[in-house]
Write a protein that binds this ligand. Sequence first.
Ligand code: NAD
Length: 300
Amino acid sequence: MSAKIIDGKAFAATVRTQVAEHVSRLKQDHGITPGLAVVLVGEDPASQVYVRSKGKQTTEVGMKSVEHKLEVDTSEPDLLAVIDQLNNDPDIHGILVQLPLPKHLDEDLVINSIDPAKDVDGFHISNVGLLGTGQKSMVPCTPLGCLMMLRDYHGSLSGMDAVVIGRSNIVGKPMAQLLLGDSCTVTIAHSRTKDLADVVRRADIVVAAVGRPEMVPGDWIKPGATVIDVGINRLDAPERGEGKTRLVGDVDYDSCAAVAGAITPVPGGVGPMTIACLLANTVTACCRANGLAEPEGLTA
Ligand code: NAD
């Protein structure tokens, strides 16, 4: 195994420390406490785990954490009323609606009803447009975390060939925009891409965001390339005991690590960076709302 392991867990801890320092300065110098509200509709077990973890990490860095847990059959007007109330609450600087929403709710409508300045997930159509035109925006947390790790490892990304596998609005598309913003030559590959292996072999940077366990084998990777594995896939692991599972990414870790120059592991790579970037976005939103200088290195 030759690749350097990019330790997202350690990196996320440094991001959280930076956020905590900034929060403490905001309190001391300006009497402001950044506030993050998370709205969860229904009882999806994975979402409940994420929301709990977000709330815990928010308070750990000294910010105010508010959780709105709504019944699974909450009507759209009732959900929009909660968002409206948070939009108008001066103590709340970030609002996150946990996805996926129950089927009867229109996700686009709900996300686009969040005040774009408080849209710490960066999914509001205004933020998507601002990012696409290279203007100051709220940047989606997972791609922001990937970008931070890439910048940290490479310094400049200018001129590098980057292939993003996956074209979702949450990861693939904003990731491609961020890499373009850093002057990479960007290819977005997806389920209809012809000869994906050939496309990936050209890449200096591969970001895999597909949701298919271990689909990228090492012989697709250009020697020395940097591999960022966004995928989180749970597989049965009977070898660990009855009913046990294990997490794997979208790349086949061992064969890719043997060829790559650097690689993020799963778990412990992109995952921890996502919540750290949510906290970073909340501080950024709070600073912008108050006309104060933003923390350096925590935005795109
Ligand atoms: P998605 O299902 O919305 O999108 C998957 C994309 O992969 C699609 O654009 C599709 O075109 C593409 N795709 C599907 N099959 C393909 C194939 N055979 N070849 C090439 N492309 C193919 O998923 P998403 O929300 O973007 O998430 C992707 C993965 O990242 C999932 O495993 C998800 O759990 C994970 N994820 C992790 C984090 C994190 O914090 N680490 C955050 C978000 C998503």
